[in-house]
Design a protein around this ligand. Structure first.
Ligand code: DC
Length: 224
């Protein structure tokens, strides 16, 4: 690959998009941003302030706080990864004003990711989220929409939570996932949907290695 490339990966939660994005980033030396973490940081800030994620003004103030104080520590905070924050995130991310505040950071990251002095320059960037191929990086070189049945995603999520020592029951996880999918897909601002030119990668019948291999093959065919 000779020029700076951009890869967009969208899809619902537990579809495998985050794992694919991280592994493609390593494989092709791309700078990776998990944009869900940005939206989760906003929701966590709202909850920390004792406000409601459905309160638009609180959500805009939190997005502004995250934009102005962004750090890797903030995005990697383990406290972003629980279901209370996930539920709040699907509420606070529905506001177009919140999305607008976070758009510039994502653009900047996609086009000029922070350079790490001890590494060779990035070959490109990869962002994963819900609206990367449609709104954030509409001209991305490769776009994936990674999906899987709600049942298999709930099963993966339940096992992941149990492996982390968190008690989780499949039926509850499935219902919460369907609720969040509905909120993400039915909102008017940047709903979860594949870009017209996205490659659909259905991982229902694939394990993590098979999904990664398929994605690698597609990137190679498109770019190398
Ligand atoms: O990918 P995730 O599970 O960390 O995302 C958490 C929530 O953030 C999800 O409900 C949708 C929202 N989100 C969004 O609206 N836009 C993005 N680009 C990324 C995530």
């Amino acid at each position: 690959m000779s020029q700076f490339i951009t890869i967009a990966i969208d899809g619902p939660s537990a579809s495998g998009k985050g794992t694919i994005a991280r592994r493609l980033a390593l494989q092709f030396h791309l700078s990776h941003m998990d944009t869900g973490a940005l939206y989760r940081a906003v929701a966590k800030h709202i909850l920390d302030q004792g406000r409601s994620p459905d309160d638009k003004q609180a959500a805009i103030a939190a997005a502004t706080f995250v934009r102005d104080n962004l750090s890797w520590e903030m995005l990697e905070d383990e406290a972003l990864r629980n279901d209370t924050v996930a539920d709040a995130t699907s509420r606070s991310s529905k506001f177009p004003e919140v999305r607008d505040v976070l758009l510039d950071i994502q653009h900047l990251y996609a086009t000029r990711p922070p350079h790490k002095p001890h590494l060779r320059p990035w070959a490109g960037s990869i962002l994963d989220g819900r609206d990367i191929g449609t709104i954030v990086c509409p001209t991305a070189d490769v776009k994936f929409f990674v999906t899987a049945s709600a049942e298999i995603r709930a099963d993966r999520r339940t096992k992941e939570l149990n492996a982390r020592g968190i008690e989780a029951d499949y039926a509850t996880v499935l219902q919460e996932m369907k609720d969040r999918d509905a909120r993400d897909s039915n909102r008017s601002a940047a709903p979860l949907k594949p870009a017209d030119d996205a490659i659909i990668l259905d991982t229902t019948e694939m394990d993590a290695d098979q999904a990664f291999e398929k994605a690698c093959q597609i990137v190679r065919e498109k770019l190398v």
